[in-house]
Ligand binder design. Structure first.
Ligand code: MRU
Length: 363
């Protein structure tokens, strides 16, 4: 993706032992790069959400292992790195996937070979993420193209998305937004409704910022608006991302996704999920029972941060002092509410059979 004309990924090794990421906690008001140099800094970046989004969390963890091995490439060092990183965030399964892949590649090697192999494996994970998302973009763009064909000529296809499952949530392209970018490049007229996505406002702060950078027409809406828009025919399709999708097609994503799926179902609006294969948890089927839902600091609900008219970044409280708050970060949309899963191998039904049709090696 281009920022002010310069091509960027969201994460890249800048020099030996220096990993550079974009500090997403400062967007949209400031584009700031942060350099990570050791295990604790990588873990902090994930935990404090300088980097976030399931695929980017996985890539950061992989690079984080490579940073950790610079200090200690022993079996104990590798194990400590994997445990420390795995504990940072519980829901996105890409974290576990990336760490298992790093461990499987590195553990059999002698210590002297581990560092070079870790750098190479982390780079492969990042490159594969880009290729996966580009393919998701191609398959998803065909759905947007089909939606355009069902509309009166000239009118834009209205896509509703939740949270940020765009370029910033991955190494490049995004998952839910990859089809939007691909369709936009193909010249299909489109417009994106961007859910603000309280409490952390990933939609208002991040999705709006990256769509604006790319020149894609969009409108930010409060979280509760989507149902109203769907009732009035103003949404042609929804595309969201996912942090973990079960082998039976239950989709875990940012809190509030389920309510959008319910509204879409009630109004006959197709509801698609951009799903890179590392986000499939083949070990579970029942998303409601088996996916750990992250609960975060209540201050994300009771406080809001933004820029004042004179340019200062300020945090203000919006709840009464002493009112208890709860902060569930994700929810599960049952497979029956999902129209289709857009993977790098094509679009399939949100069912075990649908997924196995595209990934037969998992049977
Ligand atoms: O808490 P976050 O910002 O990490 O949550 C991100 C999401 O829920 C995304 O929709 C999901 O990770 C898919 S990213 C391509």
């Amino acid at each position: 993706m281009r920022i002010d004309g310069t091509a960027y990924r969201t994460i890249w090794p800048e020099a030996d032992g220096i990993l550079t990421v974009i500090d997403q906690t400062r967007l949209p008001h400031e584009f700031a790069l942060v350099r990570l140099t050791n295990l604790n800094e990588a873990a902090h970046a994930i935990r404090a959400m300088l980097v976030r989004g399931a695929p980017l969390i996985g890539a950061t963890a992989a690079y984080g292992v490579a940073l950790a091995l610079r200090a200690d490439a022993s079996d104990a060092g590798l194990e400590r790195a994997c445990i420390t990183l795995l504990e940072t965030r519980p829901t996105a399964v890409n974290l576990r996937w990336a760490l298992e892949r790093m461990r499987a590649r590195l553990a059999p090697l002698p210590e002297s070979q581990r560092l070079a192999a870790a750098d190479a494996e982390a780079a492969s994970i990042a490159d594969e993420d880009v290729a996966i998302n580009r393919a998701i973009g191609g398959h998803g763009a065909a759905l947007i193209h089909a939606a355009a064909g069902r509309k009166a000529p000239g009118g834009p296809v209205n896509v509703l998305t939740h949270c940020n499952a765009g370029w910033l949530a991955t190494v490049d392209w995004g998952t839910a937004l990859a089809p939007v970018y691909a369709a936009f490049e193909q010249g299909i007229p489109l417009h994106v409704w961007v859910d603000e996505t309280r409490p952390r406002n990933q939609g208002a702060s991040l999705t709006a910022w990256e769509l604006k950078q790319h020149g894609v027409p969009h409108t930010v809406i409060a979280d509760n608006v989507g149902g109203h828009l769907m009732q009035h025919g103003k949404v042609d399709l929804c595309i969201v991302g996912t942090d973990r999708t079960t082998a039976a097609g239950d989709v875990c994503n940012k809190i509030g996704t389920y309510l959008k799926a319910l509204a879409a179902h009630d109004n006959g609006v197709p509801f698609y999920v951009g799903l890179p294969s590392p986000t499939i948890d083949w070990t579970i089927a029942d998303g409601l029972r088996n996916i750990p839902i992250e609960e975060r600091d209540g201050r994300e609900v009771s406080e809001l941060t933004g820029r004042t008219a004179d340019g200062r970044i300020e945090t203000v409280r919006v709840t009464p002092d002493g009112s208890p708050v709860a902060n569930y970060a994700f929810d599960v949309t049952p497979a029956r509410l999902v129209t289709g899963l857009i993977t790098e191998r094509g679009v399939c039904a949100a069912t075990r059979e649908g997924l196995l049709g595209l990934f037969p090696e998992r049977a």
